[in-house]
Design a protein around this ligand. Structure first.
Ligand code: 0A1
Ligand code: ZN
Length: 876
């Protein structure tokens, strides 16, 4: 395990590498417990690094060193030193060939970084610092090298893959297979990949805009070969989209995707050989939900888009992680928006940002999009780097317009192709291509925390002048007490009393992007016929919170009339939010609870509106989640949140029973399943109605779910019915349903994970005792991150009620699991602990219990560096 010594890496200490590696030849002889790795590096003193010949320092962890040679001569042990996490070699000349032999143990590698085994298949994960678990190497993204990889493996592994093009295939005398791959593009070690196994594949081709034919292959275990088609279709769409929207073509003759069951994250963009978590690539109508189909499309897109935004142009150091991740998330979000409903995609993304990223930004691990220090880089694959980073890129897009942004991205790719660069280089390319100054805008990269806008307005009836005053502020975050004003693009519309957009300038534009740059600024609009109603931050034009004293009537009006669909939804959320806050207050004061009738009325008219996209209707009917309410609260009172939300949901379910039933019936369809946007939208509304109807717990309404469960031809309908039953039906209905479902799907890993998640995430079924039982289930495996996320993660993150039980047993449970997991997989352990890190925001009793659980982790013995960073920062 890596050392938990609290070392901190600082951006200010960045130095160019002392040595460069022009070419890297790797030779693997695969054995589960003892794989031999031979590396041959063409090394050269970096002319930009200064005078003299300092020792060559290589990174390496958990490696058994066999030998070191320079220019064919064994280096005596006196000329190199093994370091706790590397090797330091004395150097006598500015250019040489370094050859290192070492052994590794893939079978015992449960961290899933470096080379490991998943269900008997060898695979690698090298980002961010996994390559150093394979061999000694300058494992930093600004050392870019051309890789040639030779794999030697016994017959049980007929498929042997690495980056680039296959250039040779033969057998050794003892009958092992040898395959050689060559990647013509220089790349950092984090993009290296190797796969070996008994795999099958599907194949297709793509002809690029310039007429080159690319072979596309998706590899998986034989039993999943029927689940690859959707990923292949998604890949081809992504390839076309990147040509159309960014002018970016694929650059190798072959593009491979491999599905593996044991994977820490979603997927990985290794050059020419993407490796995917099975859950993010495999799907069939019978086994995958609509959500999975959409997730696959977006992740396949994401990894593919990295070929340019990440691989051709990569990061200089890991402080620049958002350079590739923020930009690529923005690219994948736009791809998904173009393939599906734009408004719904935006709503989904913003909901996630508002709950999880805003919480991160307000917690002990808060950091800017461009952090300036870390203990363990794996902890910085965060929502801030990814999602807020994407919002920052989106704001640049908003400020420059689509054409200006394209000019900027063209210049960025052209200027930096083949280089390892910084976020600053990205912003400068945008500026240079457009002749603009984004000086103040750069604060989005350097300041953490979620800005708050307090908005007030005034209308002078005599002159027809409307004044909108916006004050911005940003709460303190770790290490940053004072914040300077951000440059915030505030997209604005003004509605007249008929609900129409007013022209905002002489040219008749009805939407304007205000440039908010001061701590307080007033914007004036002249010649208005009457007092307008502002539609603020349309499309969520910046990752900020907006306070404006909307009345209930005004929100109802915006819900009906705003031409911006995102803001229509947002108005409904504000309305529901206010109602839920009132309920929480009443609950705390011991008053009888009652829901204002306006909310049900508003939902009724949304349900009746046949012009709206059904997926948007489904979003509009959803109450803000418990997690969203928690994020917004000054102090989180978990019991009040649960009481308020449960009460409101029940009230709405009874008040809208007939309309919900009508809508549910109307959306019944016997069309063959197809995961297209229109059908997905209809299913999402149908199942949203079903979920509400089951809240009533009335037998004839629960029967709807039973019937749907029994007859469902696709996993979306089946899982939605099972979840509704699991949440609301009595045991004599739920138990057989869960059992049937398991019996039918026990052979399918992805479905079993879904089944785990439904139970652990249910307030009724996923009690602590039940979760303990699931962990004893034969299909549960602590070494498999998907299983951990489906059982423990779903309990801690999605089962707000049970996790926050007042006796604190949910916290103790999580702490115990985190401690056990840390010994196997530090990355996953450090992520899993997140819900405990927010303890300071909770009411006193729960806060102390959460803190106690965190402390017990700290006191449990030696922690990994990953977990140590999160726990120590949270306790500080
Ligand atoms: N670059 C990948 C994410 C990723 C990061 C780290 C991993 O292992 C620790 C794996 C994947 C992406 O953005 O998709
Ligand atoms: Zn990525």
């Amino acid at each position: 395990m890596k050392d938990a010594q609290p070392r901190t890496v600082y951006l200010k200490d960045y130095r160019v590498p002392d040595y460069l590696v022009d070419s890297t030849r790797l030779h693997f002889e695969l054995q589960p417990k003892s794989t031999l790795v031979k590396s041959r590096l063409q090394v050269r003193r970096n002319p930009d690094a200064g005078e003299g010949l300092p020792p060559l320092v290589l990174d390496g962890i958990e490696l058994e060193l066999l030998s070191v040679s320079i220019d064919g001569q064994l280096v005596p042990a006196s000329r190199y030193r093994e370091l706790p996490e590397g090797l330091s070699i004395d150097v006598a000349k500015p250019e040489f060939v370094l050859e290192i032999h070492n052994r590794i143990n893939p079978e015992d590698n449960t961290s899933l970084e470096g080379l490991y085994l998943s269900n008997g298949m060898y695979c690698t994960q090298c980002e961010a610092e996994g390559f150093r678990k394979i061999t000694y190497y300058p494992d930093r993204p600004d050392v870019m090298s051309k890789f040639t990889t030779t794999i030697v493996a016994p017959r049980q592994y007929p498929v042997l893959l690495a980056n680039g093009n296959e250039v040779e295939r033969r057998h050794t005398e003892d009958g092992r297979q040898v395959v050689v791959w060559e990647d013509p593009f220089a790349k950092p070690a984090y993009l290296f990949a190797l796969v070996a196994g008994e795999l099958q594949h599907i194949e297709d081709t793509f002809t690029t805009a310039s007429g080159r034919e690319v072979k596309l292959q998706i590899f998986t275990e034989a039993k999943n070969i029927g689940k690859c088609d959707h990923a292949m279709r998604s890949l081809k769409k992504a390839m076309r989209w990147d040509e159309d929207v960014y002018g970016r073509e694929y650059d190798l003759d072959i593009f491979m995707v491999v599905a593996v069951d044991h994977f820490n994250m979603g997927a990985m963009e290794n050059k020419g050989l993407n490796i995917f978590n099975s859950a993010c690539v495999l799907a069939s109508p019978k086994t995958a939900t609509d959500r999975t189909f959409q997730t696959i499309e977006s992740i396949v897109g994401h990894e593919y888009f990295h070929n340019w935004s990440g691989n051709r142009v990569t990061c200089r150091d890991w402080f620049q992680l958002s350079l590739k991740e923020g930009f690529t998330v923005f690219r994948d979000a736009e791809f998904s928006a173009d393939m599906n409903s734009r408004a719904v995609k935006r709503i989904e993304d913003v909901s996630m940002l508002r709950t999880a990223q805003f919480a991160e930004d307000a917690g002990p691990m808060a950091h800017p999009v461009g952090p300036d220090s870390y203990m363990e880089i794996s902890n910085f694959y965060t929502l801030t780097i990814y999602e807020k980073g994407a919002e920052v890129v989106r704001m640049i897009h908003t400020l420059l317009g689509a054409d200006g942004f394209r000019k900027g991205s063209d210049l960025y790719f052209e200027r930096h192709d083949g280089q390892a660069v910084t976020c600053e280089d990205f912003v400068r390319a945008m500026e240079d291509a457009n002749g603009v100054d984004l000086g103040q805008f750069r604060r989005w990269y350097s300041q953490a925390g979620t800005p708050v806008l307090d908005v007030s307005d005034e209308f002078d009836a005599q002159s027809g002048t409307y004044s909108l005053t916006i004050k911005q502020s940003c709460p303190a975050s770790p290490g940053q007490t004072e914040k300077l004003p951000f440059h915030i693009p505030v997209a604005l519309g003004l509605l007249d009393s008929g609900g129409n957009d007013l022209p905002l300038d002489g040219e008749g534009n009805t939407q304007k992007v205000l440039a908010l740059t001061e701590a307080e600024q007033t914007f004036r609009f002249d010649g208005l016929p009457g007092a307008p109603l502002p539609s603020l931050l349309r499309g969520f034009s910046a990752p900020v919170k907006v306070n404006y004293g909307y009345s209930t009537e005004q929100l109802l009006f915006l819900m009906r009339s705003d031409s911006d669909e995102f803001n229509r939804w947002d108005a409904g959320q504000r309305l529901a939010f206010a109602a839920l806050e009132q309920l929480q207050e009443d609950f705390r004061a011991g008053r009888e609870l009652g829901l204002q009738p306006e909310l049900a009325d508003a939902y009724r008219s949304v349900l009746a509106n046949r012009e709206l996209d059904p997926a948007l209707v489904a979003e509009m009917l959803a109450l803000p989640s418990a997690q969203t309410l928690a994020e917004h609260a000054k102090t989180i009172d978990a019991e009040a949140i649960v009481a308020a939300r449960d009460f409101a949901r029940r009230e709405l379910a009874f008040a809208l029973k007939e309309e919900l039933q009508d809508c549910y019936n109307r959306l019944q369809s016997d069309k063959a399943y197809d995961p297209n946007a229109a059908d997905i939208a209809e299913r999402s509304l149908k199942n949203a109605c079903l979920a509400y109807l089951c809240v009533t717990e009335e037998p004839e309404l629960l029967a709807l779910a039973e019937t749907q469960f029994a007859g469902a031809e696709n996993m979306t309908d089946s899982a939605a019915a099972l979840a509704a039953l699991t949440n609301h039906a009595p045991d004599n209905i739920v138990e057989p349903a869960l059992e049937n479902f398991y019996r039918r799907w026990q052979g399918d890993t992805q479905v079993v994970e879904l089944w785990f998640g439904i139970q652990s995430g249910s307030a009724r079924r996923g009690t602590l005792e039940a979760v303990h039982q699931l962990m004893q289930h034969p299909a549960f495996e602590l070494k498999n991150p998907n299983k951990v996320r489906a059982v423990i993660g779903a309990f801690a993150n999605r089962n707000f009620t049970q996790f926050h039980r007042s006796d604190g047993s949910g916290f103790v449970f999580l702490a115990e699991q985190v401690i056990a997991l840390d010994r196997l997989n530090p990355q996953v352990a450090a992520r899993l602990v997140t819900p405990l890190t927010r303890w300071k925001k909770y009411t006193d009793d729960l806060a102390q219990k959460m803190r106690g659980a965190l402390q017990s982790i700290m006191d449990s013995g030696k922690l990994s560096r990953d977990l140590y960073e999160v726990v120590s920062k949270s306790l500080a």
